[in-house]
Ligand binder design. Structure first.
Ligand code: AMP
Ligand code: MG
Length: 505
């Protein structure tokens, strides 16, 4: 018998427990809607992140045959309390008062091996009251893209949600591309609370709800914060610091998120919602890949400014709770927003110094870094390979020729390199230690757009996951020179270049 894609057979609770300890579900019912995933016809496990399963204490459950059905939403662990979270958000600058989890369901929270509380969510698990016109589903391409890129980000040391598993549903999902194979991603996050979650309550004038939420988020994500302050103020400062650090890491890695709407900006400071995201090949701050961003609002070089704009939306939402005196509340909010560019710049400068092998801070460092970036931009040099090349060049001047050949004007690189070497000599760091340290912050391989596209095509069109697994292994070990990197680390040839990435919702 063929089961229609979204036949609402209720999923049943299995005797299996995942060790959930759910705190968000203890918040008032208006924070979410209780809703179970919609079962799918033929769950098939595609990927399971074993080390992450172990970290979450799920190593034993994941050996059970039931586990795949649970990842598909056909069965529920008996301690799951499935909900769809309510949130709002500014999308491309426009406020949307009610978004919420339209195709994701939070099963619950576990305390991991390090004592950290982590959300476990199924993405693509069926309709919820927040689905609007959407089908609540995801298809294989975007699920694999999120799996790959989020795991690559983690390996690069960038705060991010994680991918625990990907399952095929056996049901088609209808998109512009046609009937695509359905899939579900199991996403793990420090929490799924977003700037848009706070905006949701503020827009409704639900100050009790917002007060509860800010207290909850402060305790969950910033337990060390100073208790003398109102929770909303400490939260805003905490989010500013985390986002300054996060966006600096993105800029250092050449990562473009693509859809920095306020509903895609977490309170925890993790990267979330990998849609049309991509990494730079050639260094160019105006780079935009997203097919849904024709004006380049979320271009690579705009990301720090957009983060500040999003933070201002969080400040707007929290304003009445920052201080009982509205004038003082405004002064606090403005102070935090105004400090953000400096906070970001300090984070970025620190990160870029590490990438250039500079262990101390000197006055001309920012100029030295900017000159290199400008030279790369003017010469369309590959960002990742240029930075990786510097690790070897920091020891051996001969390595310069390998880097210089990436610049149309070689002398531009060589004259920069002469100034860089003079700067390196101003420190007494042993050269081998410096090069080793640089090799741990300058990846040899990032998920190149054209390689991601090729791996997803093989998986979706030929049902062949081998290229995906190979690419995954390489981007999970970005600092090691693995043999497969000889090919996968290369920039695209002109015919391989991909100009557009799609959200794929
Ligand atoms: P995103 O672009 O993934 O950040 O999603 C923005 C909003 O649209 C969120 O509220 C999502 O839950 C919702 N959404 C995206 N895709 C779908 C879909 N296929 N079905 C239902 N809701 C969706
Ligand atoms: Mg989103």
């Amino acid at each position: 018998m063929r089961i229609a894609p979204d036949t609402p057979l209720p999923p049943c609770h299995a005797p299996l427990s995942w060790g959930f300890d759910n705190s968000y579900q203890r918040l008032p019912e208006r924070f979410y809607t209780r809703i179970a995933p919609t079962p799918v016809p033929a769950p098939r496990r595609l990927l399971l992140n074993q080390p992450l399963a172990e970290e979450l204490g799920l190593a034993t459950p994941c050996e059970q045959p039931e586990f795949t059905r649970m990842l598909a939403g056909n069965r529920l662990p008996h301690d799951a309390q499935p909900i769809a979270m309510a949130y709002a958000g500014h999308q491309f600058g426009q406020f949307v008062p009610s978004l919420g989890d339209g195709r994701a369901i939070l099963l619950g929270e576990v305390i991991d091996r390090h004592g950290l509380r982590r959300d476990i969510q199924l993405k693509g698990s069926g309709r919820t009251p927040y689905s609007r016109q959407g089908d609540g589903r995801a298809w294989l391409g975007p699920v694999l893209r999120e799996y790959l890129v989020s795991e690559a980000m983690h390996a690069l040391g960038i705060p991010t949600t994680r991918a625990l598993a990907a399952v095929a549903t056996g049901a088609p999902v209808f998109r512009e591309e046609g009937a695509m194979p359905g899939a579900i991603l199991t996403r793990v996050a420090a929490s799924h609370a977003r700037v848009g979650t706070c905006e949701y309550f503020a827009h409704r004038g639900d100050w009790d709800g917002l007060r509860l939420l800010t207290g909850y988020l402060l305790a969950r994500h910033f337990p060390q914060s100073d208790d003398g302050k109102p929770a909303a103020l400490a939260l805003l400062e905490g989010v500013a610091a985390r986002q300054a650090a996060l966006i600096a890491r993105w800029m250092e890695a050449g990562f473009i998120h693509g859809v920095m709407n306020t509903d895609n900006m977490t309170i925890s400071g993790e990267t979330i919602d990998y849609g049309p995201c991509a990494f730079l090949d050639e260094y160019d701050p105006t780079t935009v890949y997203s097919a849904i961003d024709p004006f380049g609002r979320y271009a690579f070089g705009n990301q720090p400014r957009i983060a500040a704009w999003n933070l201002a939306r969080l400040a707007d939402a929290l304003l009445p709770l920052l201080d009982p005196d509205p004038k003082r509340a405004m002064t606090f909010a403005e102070g935090i927003i105004e400090r953000f560019p400096e906070q970001f710049a300090a984070e970025w400068l620190g990160g870029m110094r590490r990438k250039l092998g500079l262990f101390t801070a000197q006055a001309g460092d920012e100029g030295l870094i900017t000159e290199l970036l400008n030279a790369m931009h003017a010469n369309r040099a590959d960002y990742t390979l240029t930075m990786r090349g510097l690790c070897g060049a920091s020891i051996e001047e001969q390595a310069d020729s390998g880097i210089a050949q990436r610049f149309a004007d070689e002398t531009r690189y060589r004259s920069w390199a002469a100034r860089w070497r003079a700067r390196l000599r101003a420190e007494d760091t042993p050269a081998a230690l410096r090069a080793d340290t640089m090799r741990r912050v300058n990846p040899a391989c990032i998920p190149r757009n054209h390689q991601v596209a090729a791996a997803l095509d093989a998986a979706v069109i030929q049902d062949d996951l081998a290229p995906f697994r190979q690419l995954l292994e390489v981007v999970q070990n970005p600092y090691d020179d693995l043999p497969a990197m000889a090919r996968l680390a290369l920039p695209p040839t002109p015919s391989q270049r991909i100009r557009n990435t799609f959200c794929g919702t």
